[in-house]
Design a protein around this ligand. Structure first.
Ligand code: GTP
Ligand code: MG
Length: 294
């Protein structure tokens, strides 16, 4: 069979996780309009007859300012070691920046099989797409493909998928047919809760949010789940709880719907908000919260 590992890299918010979810056909990695949504290396698996593609999602590349940021940076490095294809994603609306091209040059020099994706072309005019493609023209013979895409409007995703399959070597089946991710269910549930919090809360809080599961108990046809939402300040805790508990209730309701779909069971979800100052600089806590190399 054809199989292999395909890592997606790029700046925060360019649409790496959205593209992987679209290619896998299931939500394996959370998505939000806030940069640095993905914090870890997360694998999503796509199977068709004779083909297994293991997509590897990575945190957006940024300058780390905390130990968590350093962990995220390490994830990108480990996810780009020993891969079959590297997909470099650019955000067409933001344009292509010099530091992104420097990094692309580095990957080219290192000898990777590279596909460049210009994502979010739905947000720009055709002429601007043409302009960006001509900016990328000098790379045409150094990378395998340059593909303008829109994840939102599903433009050229099949072309991307087929180009990736073409580049895969003959290999083994790495994951069983029904495994869609390398992450355990508990991790995915905590991520769903974090995603809903990211979507509903204002800008200053999300970067300091973490979610830890405290209880998962299936009784009959109901699963009880308890999680802590950890934030860094008392003032943030008040905002996450909201007036009379209104915000935490919205986060919980929205997360419960997705968790019920994920585990195909009725869910009782209890959320508690805890303050843990500067947890993003505490390596033990970063590991407790589920971010670890293992
Ligand atoms: N208009 C438009 N929006 C998109 C497209 N692809 C992704 N987005 C949006 O862009 C935002 C960021 O998407 P993500 O998939 O979370 O981006 P990411 O690169 O994984 O971000 P990090 O995990 O923070 O590095 C979300 O609001 C997506 O809905 C697209 O093709 N068009
Ligand atoms: Mg992401």
């Amino acid at each position: 069979m054809k199989s292999g590992f395909i890592t997606f890299v790029g700046k925060p918010n360019v649409g790496k996780s959205s593209l992987i979810n679209a290619l896998v056909g299931e939500k394996v990695s959370i998505v939000s309009p806030k940069p640095q949504t993905t914090r870890d290396r997360i694998m999503g698996v796509y199977n068709e007859s004779g083909v297994q593609m293991v997509f590897v999602d990575t945190p957006g590349i940024h300058k780390p300012r905390t130990k968590l940021g350093e962990y995220m940076d390490k994830c990108v490095k480990s996810a780009t070691t020993d891969v079959d294809v590297l997909v470099e994603v650019f955000d067409a609306e933001k344009g292509i920046r010099a530091d992104e091209l420097d990094r692309l040059n580095g990957y080219i020099e290192a000898g990777y099989n590279i596909i460049v994706v210009l994502n979010k072309i739905d947000l720009i005019k055709k002429e601007r797409t043409a302009e960006l493609l001509s900016q990328l023209a000098p790379y045409a013979n150094k990378v395998k493909e340059i593909i303008p895409c829109s994840c939102r409007k599903k433009i050229n995703l099949d072309i991307l998928k087929n180009a990736l399959i073409d580049l895969l070597p003959e290999g083994q089946q790495y994951f069983l047919d029904d495994e869609i991710s390398d992450k355990p269910l508990s991790y995915m549930i905590c991520e769903i809760i974090r995603e809903k919090a990211l979507l509903l809360l204002q800008d200053e809080i999300p970067h300091g949010l973490g979610v830890i599961m405290q209880l998962y108990e299936k009784k009959g046809n109901v699963t009880s789940i308890e999680c802590d939402i950890v934030c860094e300040r008392e003032s943030h805790k008040q905002i996450i709880i909201g007036d009379g508990g209104s915000m935490i209730k919205r986060i919980g309701q929205s997360a419960r719907r997705d968790i019920e779909k994920l585990i195909s069971d009725k869910v009782y979800l209890s959320l508690f908000v805890k303050v843990r100052e500067d947890w993003r600089n505490n390596n033990n806590f970063i590991r407790d919260i589920g971010y670890s190399d293992k």
